[in-house]
Design a protein around this ligand. Sequence first.
Ligand code: ZN
Length: 170
Amino acid sequence: FCPGGKLAVRDGDRVVGPLNRLAAQAQQAGARVVASRDWHPPDHVSFAERGGSWPLHCVRETDGAEFHQKLELPEQTLVVSKATSADTDAYSAFDGTGLADKLRSWGIKRVFVGGLALDYCVKATVLDALAEGFDVHLVQAATRPVDVRDGDGRRAVQEMLRAGAVVEEG
Ligand code: ZN
């Protein structure tokens, strides 16, 4: 999703600095860090060659599925892989991953969300986190939209606000 990738988001790499700051703050505060990633099989249903909406991207165990090389994740980061089977897609980090139960088992009540892309995976993750009863903060500096249609990112933020998310600059 970063520049140079198959499904690059404009200025996608600009989220790395804010995410690193957020992760460092979390670590200092004794909070947990979770990093989600698309981890698709090569014949994933979301790919255009199978009639899906997106070009080939984030194929598991390839460079394209790696986190950005400048992303600094604490050692104990929980990595959540999503949309790992050929016939189902998942935008949300909570979709099919068991993440909500995991967070509850850690006693977590509040989550801060950033990443790529704002109008798809970040939005879906924020809405699911709210539906699961978490206090959800979207960190705007740490995300960027695909903006397939102009204004998609802006509308996504409105939708998250209406659903009860707190939006902070970051
Ligand atoms: Zn994907």
